[in-house]
Every structure is written in structure tokens, then in C-alpha cells.
Design a protein around this ligand. Structure first.
Ligand SMILES: [Zn+2]
Length: 362
């Protein structure tokens, strides 16, 4: 291993709260939410310097964020909260901003009352107040997933007139401007869906539309870019487009099943290969999808109640993605050596989906 400066400056992991927080199922009551401090230690040990967390914006998380912020900052990990831009009206884990007043909810293409209209002054005021709350107590950034990406954008005539590619820059720029007013140095990330069903045109049209985006948005990550050919097009389409690599289902457990024995080196190599493609395309940021939905993301386990993934030692999966972001050009031989070390020292979770998705407590 070469050591030295890590390759990617922005080395992020993205999750939905069942790693960072000790939670009971879907409960978001304050008494059911604690901080999984050992996980923050593991992020730091793995060399990961950003954690993006969705589904943890309700009032029940307030105290836990206070504890997490101080602890993470002492260990060099910045915390970024996910935000649904201009939608709401249901539980967070069904992709809604929590606490939107009923009177502000408008129809979208997917529901009668699940959108906020960015043209309405009161809706903008609500969003502004929510942003101040999202940045509490010392959150380092916001990752915006705009309502249109999840089919919950307002369907009023003014909003519809901006479709298909004008609504998002408009709504995102409103949010970005407010974030900068509240916290000038906040990191602003955009989270898009490059729907594979829409082919290459989706990537190219998004790239064109996002050129009008506020310069404060420095990282654009996207889901739906999971094959090598589309990844190459995506990385070249816009300077800010960065890869959001799906770890669990795509790389460690393709097809969702327990992998064949002896394939750990090959699967680990494919994790490095994705990072290397981004490095070769000149990117300086990378984010891995480390969502586990509390174990319910594992194929065949969707109906299970989520639990926090708790591991005594650093999970090998986390150590692997951390190394791939630090040294994406590590040779195959050094990768093997690294993996052998993880097998001896870490919580070995990359041959067994149950351990990866549920932790040691499963
Ligand atoms: Zn509208």
C-alpha cells in the first residue's frame, strides 16, 4: 500500500439511520433513538469522512443528533442530513419531510396531498424553517432529494409548466440559497435518480438541466447508475456528477443471495474498480450506498422489522469501501493482502448477507 493522502477528498457513506442510531424498528420517538457511537468510531477507522443520513429528521432525533455531532466532529467525520425538497405528508421512511402542515399539502402525480408548491410563499417559509432545523445543532451539510425524483412534485399549472427539466433547478436553487443564508459553508449535495428505463437521454438531459444549478451544489450523486457503460457516460456528462456506488446488492451480494465460496477477492476487486473508474474520470468525491434498512433491504426479508446493525469490531465491508475511496488504484495483489488483513482483524461480514444486513445481533 502506498499510504499518503487519500485519493477522494469527499469519502462518503449514505444510510437511512439504522447504523448511526440505535433504533427500535420504525419508531422515531426520542426514547427509542440513541447514538451508535461505535459506528462513528468505525467510520473514522475506515477513513470515511462524510456520513449522509436520511429518515432521521423528525423531532425524536434531535437529542441523538446533538450527541452524534460532537462525537463525529472530534473524529473527523462530517455529518450531512438528507432532505426531501418540497414534499411531505407521511412518515419519513416512506420518503416524506416530517411535520409539513396539512394546509400546505398539494396534489402531485402520485398522491392527493404529498407535495409542497415552491411558488407558494407559505410553503417556502416552511421549507426555510425546516432547513434551519435540519442544520441543528452543527450539521455540516444537506443532501437534497428533490420531490420530482420520487414523483412527488407539485402538479399545479405553474409547476407543471416547468417540466420536464426546469422544475428541479428552480426548486433546488431556492433550497440552496436558503441553506447558504443559514450556514455559509454548508456542503450542499444533490441526489438524483438516473432511471435506467429512460436510457442515456436521461443522463444527458439531466446534465444539461443541472448546468443552471447554484454553484454551491458541488456534488451530484445519483442512483440507478449500476452498470459500467452507463457509469462511463454519467461520469463524463457533468463535472459535478459523482458516483453513488451500491455496495450490498450490487457488489458484495449480487442477486441478493449468499455468494459462492472463494469469491471475496473478486467482489472486493469490483468495489475498487468502480472507484478507479471515478478516479480516472477526474472526480474527487465518491459516495457508497451503505443502506441496510435495518436488515429489511435483504432480499426476501422486506417484511422484517428493522434493527440497528451493531458490530463490536469494524465491519470488513466498511473497511473495504473506505480503502477503495482512499486508494482506488491499489494493485490486485495489494487488494488481496488488504482483504486477508480484514479477515483477521475485522467483523467479517462480506461472505454472509445476514451478517452484512443485520450485524452481529442477528
Ligand atoms: Zn406548484
Amino acid at each position: 500500500m502506498s499510504g499518503g493522502e487519500p485519493f477522494f477528498e469527499f469519502r462518503g457513506v449514505y444510510e437511512c439511520g439504522w447504523n448511526l442510531f440505535i433504533k427500535k424498528g420504525y419508531s422515531d420517538k426520542a426514547e427509542d433513538v440513541g447514538v451508535n457511537y461505535a459506528y462513528i468510531d468505525h467510520l473514522a477507522q475506515a477513513g470515511i469522512n462524510r456520513l449522509i443520513v436520511f429518515w432521521a429528521n423528525g423531532p425524536g432525533y434531535r437529542k441523538a443528533w446533538e450527541g452524534a455531532c460532537g462525537y463525529a466532529h472530534e473524529r473527523g467525520v462530517k455529518l450531512i442530513k438528507g432532505l426531501y425538497g418540497f414534499c411531505g405528508g407521511g412518515p419519513e421512511h416512506e420518503m416524506n419531510e416530517p411535520g409539513v402542515p396539512e394546509r400546505l399539502l398539494r396534489p402531485s402525480g402520485s398522491g392527493a396531498k404529498n407535495a409542497l408548491c415552491p411558488f407558494e410563499p407559505e410553503a417556502r417559509e416552511w421549507m426555510k424553517a425546516a432547513l434551519a432545523d435540519r442544520l441543528y445543532p452543527s450539521i455540516d451539510g444537506i443532501s437534497i432529494e428533490p420531490a420530482q425524483e420520487i414523483g412527488k412534485n407539485c402538479a399545479c399549472p405553474r409547476c407543471e409548466a416547468l417540466l420536464p427539466y426546469g422544475w428541479e433547478p428552480f426548486a433546488i436553487n431556492l433550497i440552496a440559497a436558503e441553506i447558504k443564508k443559514i450556514k455559509g459553508d454548508a456542503e450542499i449535495i444533490l441526489h438524483m435518480h438516473m432511471n435506467p428505463d429512460l436510457g442515456d437521454a436521461r443522463i444527458l438531459n439531466c446534465a444539461a438541466a443541472m448546468r443552471g444549478l447554484d454553484a454551491g451544489v458541488r456534488h451530484i450523486i445519483s442512483w440507478g447508475v449500476d452498470d459500467d457503460a452507463r457509469l462511463a457516460l454519467y461520469l463524463s456528462a457533468d463535472r459535478r456528477f459523482e458516483h453513488f456506488g451500491k455496495l450490498g446488492r450490487m457488489r458484495l451480494f449480487p442477486g441478493g443471495a449468499k455468494p459462492e465460496a472463494g469469491t471475496a477477492y473478486e467482489r472486493a476487486a469490483s468495489v475498487f474498480d468502480w472507484c478507479r473508474a471515478s478516479a480516472d474520470a477526474g472526480k474527487r468525491g465518491y459516495v457508497f450506498d451503505y443502506r441496510i434498512f435495518g436488515g429489511s433491504e435483504r432480499q426476501g426479508c422486506e417484511g422484517r422489522l428493522p434493527v440497528t446493525r451493531i458490530t463490536g469490531r469494524l465491519p470488513a465491508s466498511l473497511a473495504l469501501i473506505g480503502m477503495a475511496m482512499r486508494e482506488p488504484r491499489l494493485s490486485r495483489g495489494a487488494q488481496r493482502e488488504f482483504l486477508d488483513g480484514l479477515r483477521a482483524e475485522c467483523f467479517w461480514d462480506i461472505d454472509e448477507p445476514e451478517l452484512y444486513y443485520r450485524g452481529a445481533a442477528s
